[in-house]
Design a protein around this ligand. Structure first.
Ligand SMILES: [Zn+2]
Length: 226
């Protein structure tokens, strides 16, 4: 019991230290604040990273800051699939050997990278840039859904594969798109969920993910058996 109380006191003290971080320098405080704005980075981790950078040669920090700035200024999004690309048409969309009529709908470039790593997929992609999430105020208009519908309506697509994560937001987004293209004569399928519910594609192992693309099921079946 005593051990537990000591542990509890330690936790309280620890959280106090974290919340009331006193900085001896405004420059340090600002750098830590900006670093802690990144997802998954708390104040303590931010401080550790900033102190690490401070110990590195100045050229190293310049390389890091420069590459981030360049990325932000010069990054392009493929005009067809909206994946991050160095040119206006990404390598996958401009690859003549890829099946342009088979389009896999994904949330972001991490999913493209995960599926590409399987080496099992020869179609192309459409990157939505997120999922419909009313809680986070993300509606269909905030995503590249309109351009996907245009792509389907142009007649170039024969099959859409929904590969969003099996979350409520993923299912909502799939269903919204499905309703938009209902009546158009294209096939819709969804990746077989050997992957657990809530699993993000990027964490699925390559064999399971590859298999789930090859064994995809018609989207209508997934609706009947949620
Ligand atoms: Zn592209």
């Amino acid at each position: 019991m005593r051990k537990f109380r000591v542990y509890l006191n330690f936790l309280v003290l620890f959280s106090y230290i974290c919340s009331a971080m006193e900085f001896s320098s405004k420059l340090l405080e600002k750098a830590v604040y900006e670093m802690s704005q990144l997802p998954g980075i708390g104040k303590r981790t931010a401080l550790r990273l900033v102190l690490h950078l401070l110990k590195q040669p100045e050229a190293q920090t310049e390389l890091l800051a420069g590459s981030l700035l360049n990325l932000k200024k010069e990054v392009k999004f493929c005009k067809k699939c909206y994946s991050i690309s160095d040119s206006s048409l990404c390598d996958i969309c401009s690859d003549g050997s890829r099946l342009q009529s088979l389009v896999c709908v994904v949330e972001d470039i991490r999913d493209v990278m995960a599926i590409e790593a399987t080496g099992q997929y020869r179609g192309v992609y459409h990157v939505l840039g997120g999922k419909i999430s009313p809680m986070d105020r993300v509606g269909p208009g905030d995503l590249y859904i309109g351009s996907l519908i245009d792509r389907v309506k142009s007649g170039e697509v024969e099959e859409l594969i929904f590969a969003l994560s099996a979350t409520m937001e993923g299912d909502t987004t799939n269903f919204y798109i499905y309703k938009q293209i209902e009546g158009l004569s294209i096939k819709t399928s969804t990746i077989a969920r050997g992957i657990g519910v809530n699993d993000e594609l990027e964490y699925a192992d390559e064999i399971t993910l590859g298999r789930s693309i090859l064994n995809r099921i018609p989207f209508e079946n997934a609706l009947k058996n949620p």
